[in-house]
Write a protein that binds this ligand. Structure first.
Ligand code: AFP
Length: 326
C-alpha cells in the first residue's frame, strides 16, 4: 500500500496481482509444511490410499499459482518452468496488462529431504500491440530491466515473501496464526562485500580457468593484499532461493557458471536469474552472466538458460572481471 501511494497514477492492479501471488504462496506454504505427512510426495499419476490422484508438490505449486491469477483479469499470459509453452488466459476470460513468469517450486530435488525451497516470480507489462485478448510470446521475452516487479517466496524455517517494484526490497514473514504476511524486513540492503561464497564445487573440472581462479580466490583469498578478496566461508544448499536469500541478508556471492556440460549454465534467465537480479540490484548488489548484467540480456526463448554470478557488489564485480579476463 505504501509503495502504491508513491505512484498516484496506480490503479491498484499490480498490488492486487501481488495479493493473488500471496494467496498462492499461502496455499503452497500450507502444502509444503505438510509434505512429510500427506501423500503428496508420490509420483505423478499414482493413486494414494484414499484413491485420490497424487500430485507432486511442484506440479501442485504450478497449478496453484496459475489458478490464483488466470481468472482475475490482471494478466494476459503466464510462463512457468513447468509448462513448455506460455499459457495465455483462457478464451473468454478477461485479459489484463501484466505478464507473469514464474518458477513455482525451485529446488524441488530438496523437497524429499526437508530443505528450504522457493517460488520465484517476475512481472512485466504487456508489450504486444493488441491491448485486449491473450498475450503472446513476445510479452514474455522482455529484458529483465523492463520488469516492474519481481521477488520470491522462501519456504524455510518461516515462509517469507521478498519483493521489489523498483523502490527498494521489502520482506514479509507469514504469520501462520493469522494467515497474513507481515512486513518484517523493510528496505533490505545487501552488504557491499560478502561473507560467503556459494557454488557447486563438484563441477570444478568442467569450469573455465577464469571461473576456477575466481572460486579459488573466494576460497583462499586472492593474495593481492588489502581490499581485494578476503577468503570467505562456503555455503551451498542447492536451492537457489535459499542460497540467494542467505547471501542477500548476510552478504555473499552465488555462482552457477557455464561449464563444459552446460555451456549456457543451468539456471533459467526469465524466471530465475532475472527476477533475483532485479531484487539484488534494488538491494545494492549486482548480477551478471560472468560478463554482462543479467538485466540487460535479451531473451530469445522462454526457457533460456544463463550463467549466473549474483550477490554482493564488490564480489560480483571481482568474479566478473576474473571470469571475463580468461
Ligand atoms: P532442482 O529444482 O532440480 O532441484 O534444481 C535446483 C536448481 O535449479 C537451483 O535451485 C539450484 O541452485 C541449482 O539447481 C543446483 O544445481 P546443482 O545441483 O547442479 O548444484
Amino acid at each position: 500500500m505504501e509503495q502504491e501511494r508513491l505512484h498516484p497514477e496506480a490503479t491498484g492492479e499490480l498490488s492486487n496481482l501481488l495479493y493473488d501471488l500471496c494467496l498462492a504462496a499461502k496455499i503452497i506454504s500450507r502444502q509444503v509444511r505438510r509434505a512429510g505427512l500427506s501423500d503428496i510426495l508420490g509420483e505423478m499419476g499414482t493413486t494414494n490410499v484414499q484413491g485420490e490422484l497424487q500430485q507432486k508438490l511442484d506440479v501442485f505449486a504450478n497449478e496453484t499459482v496459475r489458478h490464483s491469477v488466470q481468472h482475475t483479469g490482471r494478466i494476459c499470459i503466464m510462463g512457468s518452468e513447468e509448462d513448455e509453452n506460455p499459457v495465455p488466459v483462457p478464451p473468454g476470460k478477461p485479459a489484463g496488462k501484466y505478464v507473469l513468469l514464474y518458477d513455482p517450486l525451485d529446488g524441488s530435488a530438496n523437497i524429499d529431504v526437508n530443505v528450504s525451497i522457493g517460488t520465484i516470480f517476475s512481472i512485466h507489462r504487456r508489450v504486444s500491440p493488441k491491448k485486449t485478448g491473450p498475450g503472446t510470446l513476445a510479452d514474455c521475452l522482455q529484458r529483465g530491466r523492463k520488469q516492474i516487479a519481481a521477488g520470491y517466496i522462501l519456504y524455510g524455517s518461516s515462509t517469507m515473501l521478498v519483493y521489489t517494484t523498483g523502490s527498494g526490497v521489502h520482506g514479509f514473514t507469514l504469520d501462520p496464526t493469522i494467515g497474513e504476511f507481515l512486513l518484517s524486513h523493510p528496505h533490505i540492503r545487501t552488504p557491499e562485500v560478502g561473507k560467503y561464497y556459494s557454488v557447486n564445487e563438484s563441477h570444478w573440472d568442467q569450469w573455465t580457468p577464469g571461473v576456477q581462479r575466481a572460486v579459488a580466490a573466494f576460497k583462499n583469498g586472492d593474495g593481492a593484499g588489502k581490499g581485494r578478496v578476503e577468503a570467505k566461508n562456503a555455503r551451498y544448499i542447492g536451492s537457489l532461493v535459499a542460497d540467494f536469500h542467505r547471501n542477500l541478508m548476510s552478504g555473499g556471492v552465488f555462482l552457477y557458471p557455464a561449464d563444459t556440460r552446460s555451456p549456457q549454465g543451468k539456471l533459467r534467465l526469465l524466471y530465475e536469474a532475472a527476477p533475483l537480479a532485479f531484487v539484488v540490484e534494488q538491494a545494492g548488489g549486482l548480477a551478471t552472466d560472468g560478463g554482462q548484467p543479467i538485466l540487460d540480456q535479451t531473451p530469445t526463448t522462454l526457457h533460456q538458460r544463463t550463467p549466473l554470478v549474483i550477490g554482493s557488489k564488490a564480489d560480483v564485480n571481482f568474479a566478473t572481471e576474473v571470469i571475463g579476463s580468461s
